[in-house]
Design a protein. Structure first.
Length: 431
């Protein structure tokens, strides 16, 4: 988590002040529940809320001695609350605070990420509608295939990130649990009501079974979801990078006034933002494996997961938030070149219609094997000699014996390839 790839709205969730504030609220809400149950005096619970505070430098000082962050926090809290602090943390264990806090932070981070996705989806929908019928060549294996539209490319990205949003909502629900169950999770020294009260107060659900820690399969699924979103970011970023290549130049990142592309070559306009997104996606995806390895803890708990989560929680959410915001900006300002799309489509002399000719020959009574042979041998002349595909087909006696010139020309109608764009858009965006 470094400032270069961070936004304050997300980093604030993970700073020490926010973390300790959540710890305080968990402890204070637990005191309220304990007071309702008659376990501690109501005056004590009131005192925690009224005088409860903490000092981060003091917590750090205490921790250097006791080597335990929760104890250091509770000691600092007690110094502010006074005598009633002896009723704080009754029947609780450190993981009750740490795990519940971690999930609160993840939920808050997720709400930001969901908002990020909403903004990206809005931009992708607008660009899709804008270029609904902007025809460009489709590619498979990087080679010209058949025509598509740039709007369809954007619609495909929209559908993918819409799925990402659904997955993230599900991940939010799975991670939004609270555990206040005491040592080894048996509630031996604390009533389950306390957990229910704290969960409701913190916007969480109770964890059905916590073994002193919240089960880490939940977190593994959460970080895996972030990894999938990162992969979708990279997929779109790589597409833009390919389209910006000099030999293609069908779309380009916005190049602002005063921007410079190279320290050595003044002419350069490089796809630096999407290359950056590719790198950031690798980072987020890399956190999925440690999260999965955190699932297998010893018996009811160990803390092998703790150091991992202190790093991947902030880093994954902060990085993904930054990447989504950057991708939204890239797509919003993306420069599209329809004229270059047409030029590129014309480079292979109409070869993108080869399948139409193949099918027409089979409809005219030619076997598929012979039809493929006839079409391919004329197509190769285009590849190797720069010939015009339609002309070659018309001059081939075996082809012309089955198809008239007019029938061949009909197979080069560009509108044929876009006739179902509306159908696809309705599937993606609805009526």
């Amino acid at each position: 988590m470094i400032p270069r790839y961070s936004r304050d709205i997300m980093t604030s969730i993970w700073d020490p002040k926010s973390r300790f504030q959540i710890w305080f609220e968990i402890e204070a809400h637990a005191c309220d529940a304990q007071a309702e149950l008659g376990v501690i005096p109501k005056e004590a619970a009131k005192a925690v809320w009224e005088r409860g505070s903490f000092d981060i430098e003091r917590i750090d000082e205490i921790e250097r001695e006791v080597k335990h962050d929760v104890i250091a926090f509770l000691t600092s809290l007690a110094e502010h609350v006074g005598e009633e602090a002896r009723f704080v943390h009754q029947g609780m264990t450190s993981s009750d605070v740490l795990d519940t806090c971690f999930n609160v932070q993840l939920v808050r981070a997720t709400d930001i990420l969901l908002d990020d996705l909403d903004k990206l989806l809005e931009v992708l929908k607008r660009r899709a509608q804008e270029h609904k019928y902007t025809v460009c060549i489709g590619r498979s294996h990087g080679i010209h295939a058949e025509p598509v539209t740039f709007g369809l490319k954007m619609a495909a990205a929209y559908a993918e990130f819409d799925r990402c949003r659904t997955r993230l909502k599900n991940a939010r629900k799975e991670i939004a649990t609270c555990a206040i169950s005491g040592a080894v999770g048996t509630f031996a020294n604390i009533d389950p009501y306390v957990e229910e009260h704290v969960a409701k107060a913190m916007g969480l659900e109770v964890e059905p079974v916590s073994t002193q820690v919240i089960p880490r399969d939940r977190h593994a699924m959460y970080f895996a979801t972030l990894g999938v979103i990162a992969s979708s970011i990279e997929r779109l970023a790589v597409e833009i990078r390919h389209l910006q290549r000099t030999e293609v130049l069908e779309a380009e990142e916005y190049f602002s006034k005063g921007q410079k592309g190279s320290s050595a070559m003044p002419h350069k306009r490089n796809p630096v933002l999407t290359e950056n997104l590719t790198g950031l996606a690798r980072i987020v995806r890399g956190y999925t494996i440690p999260a999965m390895e955190n699932v297998a803890l010893w018996h009811e708990r160990d803390i092998s997961h703790s150091s991992v989560e202190r790093m991947i929680g902030p880093d994954a959410t902060v990085t993904l938030d930054f990447a989504l915001a950057r991708l939204t900006m890239v797509m919003d300002k993306l420069v599209v070149y329809p004229e270059n799309m047409q030029k590129n489509m014309d480079k292979l002399g109409g070869l993108h219609n080869s399948q139409r000719v193949l099918l027409a020959l089979t409809q005219a009574g030619v076997s598929r094997e012979d039809a493929y042979r006839l079409v391919q041998r004329n197509a190769m002349k285009v590849w190797e000699q720069g010939a015009d595909f339609a002309t070659e087909l018309k001059n081939d006696p075996e082809v012309s014996a089955r198809l008239s010139d007019a029938e061949i020309d009909d197979k080069f109608d560009l509108g044929y390839h876009t006739k179902h764009v509306d159908t696809i858009f309705k599937r993606v965006f609805g009526e």
